[in-house]
Design a protein around this ligand. Structure first.
Ligand SMILES: [Zn+2]
Ligand SMILES: [Zn+2]
Length: 275
């Protein structure tokens, strides 16, 4: 399907064409949600669901958009590489559902889900434990009160590693192009946009949810404790590793809690406030 659309394009054209498509989606979805939540008539009514009540600063939003543009370009570079490997027969990314048994499609989606849950959590956890990786990842933590644009506001190397499963998953098992890109985009981009938007409406997972990650959990990772809530979709790995933090146990973990208020004490690991 997707592979057929771009077949025949040389890599130096494939990457910019895919980047333009990715950036269109970024501005449409993240920009649309930002305008709806913060700049429309609906903004006043939505405010009661806002996690942090301080206003967003325009300098911060400009920074998120700049970082997001670079990072989306890196993600689409991963997609372009994955497609290029497929065109040249190096990986098992395929275009037609009939190329492998149909049952392989849902199985491969489960495979992507598990790889994403474990790999993204482990890399994020490592970024907060390893000094070299922290130098890369702390860029994302400049945004303590993120907006929907913040979903992609990473240092480009950080985002390249996060998006690298798009390159290496098709080397592990056969996967339909739409299944790979669709699952990745749903889990990382769409759900990630909700996580960074900073609103907890009642129809989304509750901050008290035992399993799912809500916007509260990721907001807390940005604005509160750097030592908790490393997941991006479910809390599965955080629960296993004991790094899950919910509103009810926040107070109990306060003694070992790197929080917003502790920034002046622990300035080396604490995110600077942008804007
Ligand atoms: Zn982090
Ligand atoms: Zn984040």
């Amino acid at each position: 399907m997707l592979l057929d659309l771009f077949a025949g394009l040389p890599f130096y054209l494939l990457w910019p064409v895919l980047a333009a498509i990715g950036l269109s989606w970024y501005f449409l979805i993240c920009g649309g949600l930002y305008l709806l939540l913060q700049r429309s008539r609906f903004a006043g009514r939505a405010r009661r669901f806002k996690t942090q009540m301080q206003p967003t600063r325009s300098r911060q939003v400009r920074g998120e958009i700049f970082d997001g543009t670079l990072s989306m370009t890196m993600v689409m570079g991963c997609v372009a590489l994955s497609f290029w490997f497929s065109y040249h027969g190096y990986n098992k990314l395929y275009a037609s559902p009939g190329e492998y048994p149909l049952w392989a499609i849902p199985l491969s989606v489960v495979g992507v889900f598990l790889v994403m849950e474990i790999f993204e959590w482990a890399f994020h956890w490592a970024c907060h434990r390893n000094d070299w990786l922290w130098q890369v990842h702390k860029h994302h933590h400049r945004y303590s009160n993120p907006t929907p644009f913040g979903v992609m506001a990473d240092q480009p190397v950080d985002m390249f590693i996060k998006a690298s499963p798009i390159i290496w998953i098709p080397f592990l098992f056969p996967i339909l192009d739409v299944a790979l890109i669709g699952t990745f985009a749903s889990m990382n981009f769409l759900y990630g946009t909700y996580l960074h938007a900073g609103y907890d409406p009642p129809w989304m997972p509750s901050p008290h949810s035992r399993f799912m990650l809500s916007a509260w959990h990721h907001n807390e990772h940005h604005a509160g404790s750097l030592d908790h809530n490393y997941g991006f979709f479910t809390g599965f790995m955080d629960i296993l590793a004991g790094t899950r933090l919910t509103p009810s146990d926040k107070a109990a973990k306060r003694p070992s809690y790197r929080c917003t208020e502790c920034r002046s004490v622990e300035s080396d690991r604490s995110p600077a406030i942008a804007g």
